[in-house]
Write a protein of this length. Structure first.
Length: 189
């Protein structure tokens, strides 16, 4: 009987030890897979944030150009007719350009939905990621507010356009018509 009990506990210990070892090995495998998944997700987040940053830098450059163009137009408000046409067209095109901004959050959403966010294991990094996306949202909000104010004041910027006669050079279609006529003549031969 003693031997039977010893065998039972021996077998039970072997089974428990086997289960513990199996779970430990599986834990190591899962940990490694989680680390790879976290790394892949973070690479996506990094790429998305880098693209968002590039877009914000381009917006900043656009707004710098807009201010420079607005200064040019304001400085020449009384004598725009004397300014080079290409300069006037360039600066009005910049001032009147339609702009919209949308920064992506897809990688962050994927990271959150995949339950990998807590597996990053670095709270400081997680907070930096959250703050970066908050900064993207704030930028979009600020740009939208700026564009709304700009659009509300376009009438002031454009008052000189209303009073400017349209130069004949803008409407010169003579060369176009000459080419059409020449093609017609050629095709009739």
């Amino acid at each position: 009987m003693k031997e039977l009990i010893l065998n039972f506990f021996s077998n039970l210990l072997a089974v428990i030890l086997g289960i513990v070892i199996t779970f430990a090995v599986q834990g190591v495998i899962n940990y490694g897979q989680d680390r790879r998944d976290v790394r892949s997700a973070l690479e996506l987040v990094r790429s998305e944030l880098a693209t968002n940053l590039e877009d914000i830098v381009a917006l900043d450059e656009y707004f710098d150009d807009t201010q420079a163009s607005a200064r040019y137009l304001a400085a020449h408000e009384k004598d725009l007719a004397k300014c080079p046409e290409d300069s006037v067209l360039l600066h009005t095109g910049i001032v009147y350009a339609d702009v919209s901004v949308a920064l992506s959050h897809d990688a962050l959403e994927l990271l959150k939905m995949s339950t990998l966010f807590p597996k990053i294991g670095d709270n400081n990094l997680s907070m930096k990621i959250i703050r970066a996306y908050d900064a993207c949202d704030l930028t979009v909000s600020n740009v939208a507010r700026y564009l709304t104010r700009r659009d509300n004041h376009r009438a002031e910027v454009a008052r000189w356009l209303i009073d400017q006669p349209i130069p004949e050079e803008y409407m010169d279609t003579g060369d176009i018509q000459d080419a059409i006529d020449a093609i017609d003549t050629f095709l009739r031969k």
